[in-house]
Design a protein around this ligand. Structure first.
Ligand SMILES: NC(=O)c1ccc[n+]([C@@H]2O[C@H](COP(=O)([O-])OP(=O)(O)OC[C@H]3O[C@@H](n4cnc5c(N)ncnc54)[C@H](O)[C@@H]3O)[C@@H](O)[C@H]2O)c1
Ligand SMILES: O=P(O)(O)OC[C@H](O)CO
Length: 329
């Protein structure tokens, strides 16, 4: 039995709101903080989050915290903000409770995985990573969803899984923190590529090739960083890659589709409040890969299209014109 009775959620976006609902369904007391107090107030009082989860009825009993300090007595804190905001928010986390990072990305300024950022900001604090194929909209509707929770301490992983599991939400635990952190970050970059394939009308053959060769890139980097193959082929790696590359609910895929149809990045992002993690993570993935001498041609093409003005059709032609090689090489 878990002794995790009270869960703090930092972030009132789509996933923070969904995880707060899931934790309520698991019978936990839940307190949610959002930097926008009108969002947390609406979640708590109206059971709505029309900005990030429009049209969804939320669970009763989520309490709104006006300050992060009000989370000091929580048994666990779920950190559910964009990856690039994790460092700043972690600095302000109160108490000593374990932190479960639910952001999928790599810090652009440092090239660090999310748990590596936490280790710098909160040295000695217990940290876990939650990731996997999980559209917030589906999870909050009570549709079946399975995720991975990674922590170096197996007993803590089991307790966290037990504290969040309920009905249709099924967390697995693992000690492969690097694998779970990396899979969720790289899949966002590849989902932008999958969107481009769709937006450009490149067909189903291309979509399947993109997922397969994209996974090869994720696996090459993951293995070089010490991840386990079973994690990379699991929920947080291949599982989330397949979901995000195919799922119309993906914001990363939607960005790619818009680019494929000829929209510019700046135009697409103008006035948009929802995070598109792959955009900032693309160069960070490549920096990490370069340090290890790992080739990631699809991620390189995505980064060039996003940030270096590369012509989309030229980038696609260049990918297909790469030297032929034995599969698996
Ligand atoms: N939406 C999903 O289906 C889903 C599922 C699994 C994981 N995730 C991951 O969860 C993380 C959060 O995603 P989301 O879907 O909740 O995003 P979102 O765009 O719906 O909401 C982002 C939230 O973070 C807040 N925020 C943004 N910048 C901030 C800052 N600098 N400081 C404090 N708060 C800030 C926003 O106010 C908002 O509450 C991302 O890393 C995402 O990849 C999302
Ligand atoms: O909307 P996306 O592209 O950020 O994807 C959401 C989740 O990460 C899917 O697991």
């Amino acid at each position: 039995m878990t002794d995790i009775a009270h869960i703090g959620v930092v972030g009132g976006g789509a996933w923070g709101t969904a995880l707060a609902c899931l934790a309520r369904r698991a019978g936990r007391k839940v307190t949610l903080w959002s930097r926008d107090r009108s969002v947390s107030a609406a979640i708590a009082h109206d059971r709505r989050n029309e900005i990030y989860l429009p049209g969804q009825s939320l669970d009763a009993g989520i309490e709104a915290a006006a300050t992060l300090g009000e989370l000091a007595a929580c048994d666990v804190i779920l950190l559910v903000c964009p990856a690039q905001a994790v460092r700043a928010l972690a600095r302000d986390l109160p108490g000593a409770a374990p932190v479960v990072i639910c952001a999928k990305g790599i810090e652009a300024a440092t090239g660090l995985l999310m748990p590596e950022v936490l280790a710098e900001v909160l040295p000695g604090r217990a940290v876990a990573m939650l990731s996997g194929p999980s559209f917030a909209e589906e999870a909050v509707q009570g549709l079946p969803t399975a995720v991975s929770i990674a922590t170096g301490d197996a007993a803590r992983g089991r307790d966290l899984a037990a504290a969040l599991a309920a009905g249709m939400f099924r967390p697995y635990w693992t000690d492969d923190v690097v694998g779970v952190s990396l899979g969720g970050a790289v899949k966002n970059v590849l989902a932008i590529a999958a969107g481009i394939v769709e937006g450009r009308g490149l067909g189903h053959n291309a979509a399947a090739a993109l997922i397969t060769r994209g996974f090869a890139e994720m696996a090459r980097l993951g293995l070089a960083m010490g991840a386990n193959l079973e994690t990379l082929t699991g929920l947080s790696g291949l599982g989330d890659l397949v979901l995000t590359c195919h799922g119309p609910l993906s914001r990363n895929r939607a960005l790619g589709a818009a680019l494929g149809r000829g929209t510019t990045l700046a135009h697409y992002m103008e006035g948009r409040r929802q995070v598109v993690e792959g955009e900032a993570t693309a160069p960070a993935v490549l920096e990490r890969a370069a340090k290890l001498g790992i080739e990631m041609p699809i991620c390189t093409a995505v980064d060039a299209i996003l940030h270096r003005g590369a012509d989309l059709d030229e980038a696609i032609r260049a990918l297909l014109a790469r030297p032929l090689r034995r599969e698996g090489e």
